[in-house]
Design a protein around this ligand. Structure first.
Ligand SMILES: [Zn+2]
Length: 266
């Protein structure tokens, strides 16, 4: 089978294990069904902006051309750093977009990826956000009516918790001990400034996420299509937005958003 099209991050569904699909040239492929198969990847050298489609020599902020990167609301600083979001003051690159995306309920969550981390996401992005990050366990810590407040809570916990994932550790599949996120939530809730504690949610449900991985890589090396446009390998698993191959190679699909590919499933 031969597939041609621009890479876009995989869609996922919280099943046991997670179901992953990849859309290429408007056809939806079930990536789970590729596990055990040899896949040949060829990058054609063309990147198309994931927003406007124009050709770009370099991808900015995971798939955008430069003009889109400097003008779209979704690539503004207040998206990457929620505490700097100013939509609630009426300040945004596009207020209509912000009304739909910033001035809506947001969650602050605790997720176990490589260790326990804190993160912020729109209420519509759970559990997608957790799956994209490769979290094994996750729980909601707080719910706020707009983005910046969630950012303030996240920042207040950054001296105790990372907001980043060590992707090598996350892809090693080695979990030393199962984290107790309910205990962590109780503990970190007390570290949040008093005036923000009213946003802490009463529920303590922990979501356990299982990934379709037959074998984790021993020695990890990552694909970079800019340096090496071709790669062939046997797929052994999927975690987060990464494909794992038998020889230890891992491929971050999201990093190559917009790359025009020729893919052969052998
Ligand atoms: Zn563009």
């Amino acid at each position: 089978m031969e597939l041609i099209g621009n890479l876009l991050k995989m869609e996922s569904e919280l099943t046991n294990p997670v179901t992953y699909t990849l859309k290429l040239s408007n056809e939806v492929q079930l990536v789970n069904s590729w596990i055990g198969k040899t896949i040949e990847w060829n990058y054609t050298g063309t990147i198309n902006c994931i927003h406007c489609g124009r050709k770009t020599n370099k991808s900015f902020s995971q798939g955008y051309c430069y003009p889109c990167f400097v003008s779209l609301p979704q690539t503004d600083e207040g998206v990457l750093r929620p505490e700097l979001n100013r939509a609630h003051e009426g300040i945004s690159r596009d207020m209509e977009w912000s009304k739909r995306n910033d001035l809506i309920d947001h969650y602050v969550y605790l997720a176990f990826t490589s260790e326990i981390k804190v993160g912020v996401t729109r209420h519509t992005q759970i559990p997608t956000r957790w799956i994209d990050q490769g979290a094994e366990f996750a729980t909601i810590l707080a719910k706020t009516p707009y983005r910046q407040l969630a950012g303030l809570i996240e920042v207040s916990l950054k001296s105790f918790l990372s907001d980043k994932t060590n992707w090598r550790k996350m892809l090693s599949g080695k979990v030393e001990e199962i984290p107790d996120l309910q205990a962590s939530k109780a503990h970190f809730s007390n570290q949040i400034p008093i005036e923000l504690q009213k946003y802490i949610t009463p529920e303590n449900e922990v979501t356990h996420i299982h990934y379709p991985v037959e074998k984790y890589p021993e020695k990890i090396k990552s694909v970079n299509f800019d340096n090496d446009p071709s790669f062939q390998g046997v797929l052994t698993g999927i975690k987060g937005q990464y494909l794992l191959f038998a020889d230890g190679t891992v491929m971050n699909i999201r990093k190559h958003n917009g790359y025009f590919m020729n893919i052969k499933i052998l």
